[in-house]
Ligand binder design. Structure first.
Ligand SMILES: [Zn+2]
Length: 379
C-alpha cells in the first residue's frame, strides 16, 4: 500500500467539490486533521488534495476475506463451495499456509481501500488462529475492521468461545441449521454476556425459523433471500438490520427482493460476501444492487447508497452517514458530477472514477501507478 504525502505542511488537509450532507450534496470544502473531520463548509479550498463528488468512506457490511485464497474458477452449489465443514473454501483454507492466507486477505483489503471502502465487518473462519491471521493482514492498513470470529468446529466449547471473544469484536456463524439448538444458544448467550456482536447468515437457500434466530439477539442477519413478508416484519419490529449481498446471491441463482425488504421497514446494508466469488468492491456491489432492486420494483439511488454507508454504525453507534465535523475522516472523492444528481452518479461509479480515498485521515491516491513512479524516483 502506498500513501501520498500531504500536499503542504499545514496540518488541516482539504478536499473540495460536492460533499454528502445527510440527504443532499452541498458544494463546498471538507477539511480534516489527524483522524477527524474539522471543517465542512461552503467555498473552494485554495489547494485541495482532490476535487469531485465527496462521500463518507463506503462500508462493506459483510465479507469473508479469507476466501480470497481460492483463486480457481468456481463450479457447484452453495453447499459444495461455501458450507462448513466440507465446502471447497474450508478445504482450501485448511491446507493453506498461514502466509498465503494473510497475503490473500491483504490483497482483498487493498482492493477495498482502492475502491473507496474504509471499513468492513468480516466473518472470520478458523477459530482463534483465523482471527490472528486477519489481524496480521490488516496491520498497517488504515481500514476500520470489525472482526467476527467463530469456533473452529460446529460445536460449543466454553473455553474456546471465551478465547475467541477476548480476541474479537464478536462471533458470527454460518447458519442456525448448521448447529444444534442447545449449542448455538449457549454460544449466543456468551456473546451477549461479553457485550459483543453476534451475527448470522439466515434464510439464504432455505427458509429458517425467524423466531429461533431472533431469540439469539443478533446484531444483524445476512441474506434473508427466502424470508416471507412476516419474517421481514419480525426483523423490522426487532430492529435487526439485514445485510444483502446481491452479487453473491446471483452467483447461486438467487435474487434478494430489496423493494419488499424496504417496504417491510427493515434497515438494509450492503456487503460483498465471499471474496472468492466477488471482488470486494462496494462500487460494483452498489451498481448491481441498484439493477437487482429495479428488477423487483423501483428503489431510489439514494437508498442504495445509504445501504453502502450504514454499516459503519456497527463500529461506532454514534456515526452518521453524513460528512460532518467530528466524524472520522474516512472519505471517498470521485471524478463524477455532483449537485442534485450526486446519488445517480454514485450508482454508476466505477473504480476508475476514484480520485482519492482518505482512511482514518490518511490520504491514499487512487492512482497507484503514478505514486509508485514518484516513489521510485525518490530512491
Ligand atoms: Zn457470508
Amino acid at each position: 500500500m502506498v500513501y501520498a504525502r500531504p500536499a503542504h505542511r499545514e496540518r488541516v488537509q482539504r478536499v473540495s467539490g460536492w460533499y454528502l450532507d445527510g440527504q443532499r450534496f452541498r458544494r463546498g470544502t471538507v477539511g480534516w486533521e489527524d483522524e477527524v473531520i474539522v471543517e465542512a463548509r461552503a467555498g473552494r479550498a485554495r489547494e485541495p488534495l482532490a476535487e469531485g463528488l465527496i462521500v463518507p468512506g463506503l462500508w462493506n457490511a459483510h465479507t469473508h476475506l479469507g476466501d480470497a485464497i481460492v483463486t480457481q474458477e468456481l463450479k457447484g452449489t452453495i453447499e459444495e463451495l461455501v458450507a462448513p465443514p466440507h465446502g471447497l473454501k474450508h478445504r482450501v483454507l485448511a491446507r493453506a499456509k498461514d502466509a498465503a492466507v494473510i497475503a490473500a486477505m491483504r490483497r482483498a483489503m487493498a482492493t477495498m481501500l482502492r475502491t473507496g471502502t474504509t471499513g468492513f465487518s468480516d466473518f472470520r473462519e478458523g477459530g482463534l488462529k483465523g482471527l490472528k491471521l486477519m489481524y496480521a493482514a490488516v496491520a498497517a492498513l488504515p481500514l476500520q475492521g470489525v472482526a467476527l470470529g467463530r469456533p473452529a468446529g460446529l460445536s460449543y466449547d466454553s473455553r474456546e468461545v471465551a478465547a475467541i471473544l477476548r480476541a474479537s469484536d464478536g462471533i458470527a456463524v454460518s447458519a442456525y441449521i448448521d448447529w444444534s439448538a442447545g449449542d448455538i444458544e449457549k454460544l449466543a448467550a456468551d456473546v451477549r454476556r461479553a457485550r459483543k456482536v453476534f451475527a448470522i447468515h439466515c434464510s439464504e437457500r432455505v427458509r429458517e425459523d425467524i423466531d429461533q434466530v431472533l431469540d439469539l439477539d443478533p446484531a444483524f442477519l445476512v441474506h434473508m433471500v427466502q424470508a416471507t413478508d412476516g419474517d421481514l416484519e419480525r426483523c423490522a419490529d426487532a430492529g435487526v438490520p439485514i445485510v444483502v449481498c446481491p452479487r453473491s446471491n446471483a452467483f447461486f441463482g438467487l435474487t434478494p427482493d430489496i423493494p419488499r425488504m424496504l417496504a417491510a421497514g427493515v434497515e438494509l446494508r450492503l456487503g460483498t460476501d465471499n471474496a472468492m466469488i466477488n471482488v470486494p468492491s462496494m462500487l460494483r456491489e452498489i451498481e448491481f444492487a441498484y439493477r437487482v432492486a429495479r428488477m423487483k420494483g423501483e428503489v431510489p439511488a439514494k437508498e442504495i447508497v445509504g445501504m453502502a454507508l450504514r454499516g459503519r454504525t456497527l463500529a461506532d453507534p454514534k456515526a452518521t452517514c453524513s460528512i460532518r465535523v467530528g466524524e472520522r475522516a474516512d472519505l471517498l472523492v470521485l471524478d463524477l458530477p455532483g449537485g442534485a444528481n450526486g446519488f445517480a452518479s454514485l450508482v454508476r461509479a466505477t473504480a476508475s472514477d476514484v480520485r482519492l480515498v482518505v482512511a482514518g485521515g490518511r490520504p491514499w491516491s487512487g492512482n497507484t501507478m503514478q505514486t509508485e513512479r514518484k516513489r521510485t524516483r525518490r530512491r
